[in-house]
Design a protein around this ligand. Sequence first.
Ligand code: ZN
Length: 273
Amino acid sequence: MKKLLPALLAAATLLLAGPPASRAQATGPWHGKQCAVVLTYDDAIDVDLDNVVPALDSAGLRGTFYLIGSSPVVARRLGEWRRAAQRGHELGNHALFHPCDGSLPGRGFVTPDNDLSKYTVSRAVAEVRANNTLLTAIDGKTARTFAYPCGDRQIGGVYFYEQLRPDFVAARGVTAGLQTATQVDLTNIDSYMINGQPGQYLIDLVKQARQSHTLLVFLFHGVGGGHGLNVSLAAHRQLLRYLQANEKDVWVAPMVEVAAQVKAAQSAASVTK
Ligand SMILES: [Zn+2]
Protein backbone atom coordinates (compact mmCIF):
# COMPACT_ATOMS: atom_id res chain seq x y z
CA MET A 1 0.00 0.00 0.00
CA LYS A 2 2.85 2.35 0.84
CA LYS A 3 4.24 1.92 -2.66
CA LEU A 4 0.86 1.91 -4.35
CA LEU A 5 -0.30 5.23 -2.96
CA PRO A 6 2.29 7.45 -4.69
CA ALA A 7 1.62 5.62 -7.98
CA LEU A 8 -2.12 6.15 -7.60
CA LEU A 9 -1.58 9.80 -6.76
CA ALA A 10 0.63 10.25 -9.81
CA ALA A 11 -2.00 8.62 -12.04
CA ALA A 12 -4.73 10.78 -10.51
CA THR A 13 -2.63 13.89 -11.07
CA LEU A 14 -2.14 12.96 -14.72
CA LEU A 15 -5.88 12.39 -15.16
CA LEU A 16 -6.75 15.68 -13.48
CA ALA A 17 -4.15 17.54 -15.51
CA GLY A 18 -5.82 16.47 -18.76
CA PRO A 19 -4.15 16.41 -22.19
CA PRO A 20 -0.49 17.47 -22.56
CA ALA A 21 -1.26 20.96 -23.91
CA SER A 22 -3.18 22.09 -20.84
CA ARG A 23 -0.66 20.34 -18.62
CA ALA A 24 2.12 22.46 -20.14
CA GLN A 25 0.10 25.58 -19.50
CA ALA A 26 -0.57 24.57 -15.91
CA THR A 27 3.16 24.31 -15.28
CA GLY A 28 3.89 27.54 -17.20
CA PRO A 29 5.64 30.45 -15.57
CA TRP A 30 2.55 32.28 -14.24
CA HIS A 31 1.08 29.48 -12.11
CA GLY A 32 -0.94 28.28 -15.07
CA LYS A 33 -2.58 31.69 -15.56
CA GLN A 34 -2.37 33.93 -18.62
CA CYS A 35 -0.06 36.56 -17.16
CA ALA A 36 1.45 37.98 -13.98
CA VAL A 37 0.70 41.40 -12.52
CA VAL A 38 2.80 43.05 -9.82
CA LEU A 39 1.54 46.13 -7.99
CA THR A 40 4.43 48.23 -6.66
CA TYR A 41 4.24 51.40 -4.56
CA ASP A 42 7.35 53.53 -4.07
CA ASP A 43 8.80 55.87 -1.46
CA ALA A 44 7.15 54.84 1.85
CA ILE A 45 4.40 57.44 2.03
CA ASP A 46 1.40 57.70 4.36
CA VAL A 47 -1.13 56.86 1.63
CA ASP A 48 0.48 53.43 1.28
CA LEU A 49 -0.80 52.56 4.74
CA ASP A 50 -3.92 54.76 4.71
CA ASN A 51 -5.26 53.98 1.22
CA VAL A 52 -3.40 51.17 -0.50
CA VAL A 53 -2.95 48.43 2.12
CA PRO A 54 -6.64 48.54 3.15
CA ALA A 55 -7.74 48.48 -0.53
CA LEU A 56 -5.46 45.53 -1.36
CA ASP A 57 -6.45 43.63 1.78
CA SER A 58 -10.15 43.99 1.08
CA ALA A 59 -9.64 42.83 -2.52
CA GLY A 60 -7.55 39.86 -1.34
CA LEU A 61 -4.54 41.12 -3.32
CA ARG A 62 -0.91 41.54 -2.23
CA GLY A 63 1.58 44.14 -3.40
CA THR A 64 5.16 45.36 -2.99
CA PHE A 65 6.04 48.54 -1.12
CA TYR A 66 9.50 49.92 -1.87
CA LEU A 67 10.55 51.60 1.36
CA ILE A 68 13.04 54.43 1.80
CA GLY A 69 14.55 53.52 5.19
CA SER A 70 15.02 57.13 6.26
CA SER A 71 11.40 58.10 5.50
CA PRO A 72 9.65 59.53 8.57
CA VAL A 73 6.69 57.34 7.60
CA VAL A 74 8.82 54.26 8.27
CA ALA A 75 9.94 55.63 11.66
CA ARG A 76 6.45 56.73 12.70
CA ARG A 77 4.48 53.68 11.53
CA LEU A 78 6.82 50.71 12.02
CA GLY A 79 4.09 48.51 13.50
CA GLU A 80 1.77 49.12 10.57
CA TRP A 81 4.46 48.18 8.03
CA ARG A 82 5.13 45.04 10.05
CA ARG A 83 1.45 44.09 10.03
CA ALA A 84 1.27 44.73 6.27
CA ALA A 85 4.20 42.32 5.79
CA GLN A 86 2.47 39.76 8.00
CA ARG A 87 -0.54 39.92 5.70
CA GLY A 88 1.70 38.97 2.77
CA HIS A 89 2.74 42.30 1.27
CA GLU A 90 6.42 42.65 0.38
CA LEU A 91 8.53 45.36 1.96
CA GLY A 92 10.99 46.05 -0.84
CA ASN A 93 14.25 48.01 -0.67
CA HIS A 94 14.38 51.55 -2.13
CA ALA A 95 17.66 52.46 -0.34
CA LEU A 96 18.03 54.38 2.93
CA PHE A 97 18.26 57.88 1.41
CA HIS A 98 16.83 57.46 -2.10
CA PRO A 99 20.00 58.65 -3.90
CA CYS A 100 19.40 59.86 -7.48
CA ASP A 101 21.88 61.05 -10.11
CA GLY A 102 21.85 64.85 -9.76
CA SER A 103 24.03 65.32 -12.85
CA LEU A 104 21.21 64.27 -15.19
CA PRO A 105 18.89 66.85 -16.79
CA GLY A 106 15.76 67.71 -14.81
CA ARG A 107 17.24 66.64 -11.49
CA GLY A 108 17.04 69.97 -9.68
CA PHE A 109 15.28 68.17 -6.81
CA VAL A 110 18.38 66.12 -5.94
CA THR A 111 20.13 67.47 -2.83
CA PRO A 112 23.96 67.36 -2.51
CA ASP A 113 23.61 64.85 0.36
CA ASN A 114 21.66 62.37 -1.74
CA ASP A 115 23.32 62.80 -5.12
CA LEU A 116 24.15 59.35 -6.48
CA SER A 117 26.69 60.86 -8.91
CA LYS A 118 28.74 61.92 -5.84
CA TYR A 119 28.57 58.45 -4.25
CA THR A 120 31.23 55.77 -4.53
CA VAL A 121 29.90 52.38 -5.64
CA SER A 122 30.80 50.87 -2.26
CA ARG A 123 28.82 53.55 -0.45
CA ALA A 124 25.72 52.84 -2.54
CA VAL A 125 26.11 49.11 -1.91
CA ALA A 126 26.58 49.64 1.85
CA GLU A 127 23.55 51.92 2.03
CA VAL A 128 21.28 49.44 0.27
CA ARG A 129 22.54 46.61 2.49
CA ALA A 130 21.87 48.67 5.63
CA ASN A 131 18.31 49.20 4.40
CA ASN A 132 17.94 45.42 4.03
CA THR A 133 18.98 45.04 7.67
CA LEU A 134 16.31 47.56 8.67
CA LEU A 135 13.65 45.79 6.59
CA THR A 136 14.59 42.41 8.03
CA ALA A 137 14.24 43.90 11.52
CA ILE A 138 10.72 44.96 10.55
CA ASP A 139 9.44 41.87 8.72
CA GLY A 140 11.84 39.06 9.69
CA LYS A 141 12.37 38.16 6.02
CA THR A 142 15.60 37.64 4.13
CA ALA A 143 14.30 37.42 0.54
CA ARG A 144 13.12 40.62 -1.11
CA THR A 145 13.57 42.81 -4.19
CA PHE A 146 15.18 46.19 -4.86
CA ALA A 147 13.88 49.20 -6.80
CA TYR A 148 16.35 51.73 -8.24
CA PRO A 149 15.65 55.22 -6.84
CA CYS A 150 14.77 57.39 -9.87
CA GLY A 151 15.60 54.33 -11.96
CA ASP A 152 19.31 55.25 -11.78
CA ARG A 153 21.52 52.19 -12.17
CA GLN A 154 25.01 53.57 -12.70
CA ILE A 155 27.65 55.52 -10.81
CA GLY A 156 30.39 56.78 -13.13
CA GLY A 157 29.48 54.10 -15.66
CA VAL A 158 29.46 51.25 -13.09
CA TYR A 159 26.28 49.26 -12.47
CA PHE A 160 26.22 49.23 -8.66
CA TYR A 161 23.57 46.45 -8.46
CA GLU A 162 26.13 43.95 -9.80
CA GLN A 163 27.56 43.78 -6.27
CA LEU A 164 24.08 43.49 -4.77
CA ARG A 165 22.90 40.52 -6.85
CA PRO A 166 23.44 38.02 -3.99
CA ASP A 167 21.39 40.25 -1.65
CA PHE A 168 18.19 40.23 -3.72
CA VAL A 169 15.91 38.06 -5.79
CA ALA A 170 15.67 40.82 -8.41
CA ALA A 171 15.64 44.58 -9.06
CA ARG A 172 12.86 46.68 -10.59
CA GLY A 173 13.65 49.41 -13.12
CA VAL A 174 11.51 52.10 -14.72
CA THR A 175 11.50 51.18 -18.43
CA ALA A 176 7.98 50.56 -19.70
CA GLY A 177 7.44 47.12 -21.21
CA LEU A 178 5.69 43.76 -21.11
CA GLN A 179 7.97 40.74 -21.13
CA THR A 180 7.70 36.97 -21.16
CA ALA A 181 9.41 35.08 -18.35
CA THR A 182 12.43 34.36 -20.53
CA GLN A 183 12.69 37.98 -21.69
CA VAL A 184 12.67 39.48 -18.18
CA ASP A 185 15.98 40.98 -17.00
CA LEU A 186 16.03 40.21 -13.27
CA THR A 187 18.55 43.00 -12.70
CA ASN A 188 16.23 45.59 -14.26
CA ILE A 189 12.59 44.48 -14.48
CA ASP A 190 10.37 46.69 -16.64
CA SER A 191 7.52 48.65 -15.10
CA TYR A 192 4.83 51.14 -16.07
CA MET A 193 5.09 54.38 -14.12
CA ILE A 194 1.57 55.63 -13.47
CA ASN A 195 0.80 59.33 -13.16
CA GLY A 196 -2.73 60.51 -13.77
CA GLN A 197 -3.88 57.80 -16.19
CA PRO A 198 -7.51 56.67 -15.94
CA GLY A 199 -8.63 53.24 -14.71
CA GLN A 200 -9.38 52.06 -18.22
CA TYR A 201 -5.74 52.59 -19.23
CA LEU A 202 -4.61 50.43 -16.30
CA ILE A 203 -7.09 47.70 -17.23
CA ASP A 204 -6.07 47.82 -20.89
CA LEU A 205 -2.46 47.15 -19.85
CA VAL A 206 -3.61 44.02 -18.00
CA LYS A 207 -5.55 42.93 -21.09
CA GLN A 208 -2.39 43.33 -23.20
CA ALA A 209 -0.43 41.25 -20.68
CA ARG A 210 -3.10 38.53 -20.80
CA GLN A 211 -2.93 38.38 -24.59
CA SER A 212 0.87 38.28 -24.68
CA HIS A 213 1.32 36.00 -21.60
CA THR A 214 3.74 38.49 -20.12
CA LEU A 215 4.70 40.11 -16.84
CA LEU A 216 3.13 43.50 -16.15
CA VAL A 217 4.52 45.64 -13.32
CA PHE A 218 2.71 48.78 -12.18
CA LEU A 219 4.81 51.51 -10.55
CA PHE A 220 2.67 53.73 -8.35
CA HIS A 221 3.63 56.58 -6.05
CA GLY A 222 0.70 58.52 -4.61
CA VAL A 223 -2.71 56.83 -4.63
CA GLY A 224 -5.40 59.42 -3.96
CA GLY A 225 -2.70 62.05 -3.28
CA GLY A 226 0.36 62.09 -1.06
CA HIS A 227 2.96 62.46 -3.85
CA GLY A 228 3.75 64.59 -6.91
CA LEU A 229 3.15 61.49 -9.05
CA ASN A 230 -0.35 60.25 -8.43
CA VAL A 231 -3.18 57.97 -9.47
CA SER A 232 -6.76 58.69 -8.41
CA LEU A 233 -8.45 56.46 -5.85
CA ALA A 234 -11.16 55.73 -8.42
CA ALA A 235 -8.70 54.56 -11.11
CA HIS A 236 -6.80 52.43 -8.59
CA ARG A 237 -10.05 50.90 -7.31
CA GLN A 238 -11.15 50.13 -10.88
CA LEU A 239 -7.89 48.24 -11.48
CA LEU A 240 -8.18 46.23 -8.25
CA ARG A 241 -11.79 45.30 -9.08
CA TYR A 242 -10.72 44.07 -12.52
CA LEU A 243 -7.85 42.04 -11.04
CA GLN A 244 -10.15 40.54 -8.43
CA ALA A 245 -12.79 39.65 -11.03
CA ASN A 246 -10.17 38.00 -13.27
CA GLU A 247 -8.25 36.17 -10.56
CA LYS A 248 -8.68 32.90 -12.48
CA ASP A 249 -6.62 34.19 -15.42
CA VAL A 250 -4.32 36.78 -13.85
CA TRP A 251 -1.67 35.95 -11.26
CA VAL A 252 -1.23 38.90 -8.88
CA ALA A 253 1.61 38.56 -6.38
CA PRO A 254 4.39 40.58 -4.75
CA MET A 255 7.52 41.12 -6.84
CA VAL A 256 9.64 38.76 -4.73
CA GLU A 257 7.33 35.83 -5.54
CA VAL A 258 6.96 36.61 -9.23
CA ALA A 259 10.71 37.20 -9.63
CA ALA A 260 11.46 33.86 -7.96
CA GLN A 261 9.12 32.23 -10.46
CA VAL A 262 10.85 34.00 -13.37
CA LYS A 263 14.22 32.86 -12.06
CA ALA A 264 13.02 29.25 -11.90
CA ALA A 265 11.55 29.46 -15.42
CA GLN A 266 14.78 30.94 -16.79
CA SER A 267 17.00 28.29 -15.23
CA ALA A 268 14.66 25.53 -16.45
CA ALA A 269 14.85 27.03 -19.96
CA SER A 270 18.65 27.17 -19.85
CA VAL A 271 18.79 23.50 -18.77
CA THR A 272 16.65 22.35 -21.71
CA LYS A 273 18.62 24.46 -24.23
ZN1 ZN B 1 11.45 56.55 -5.45
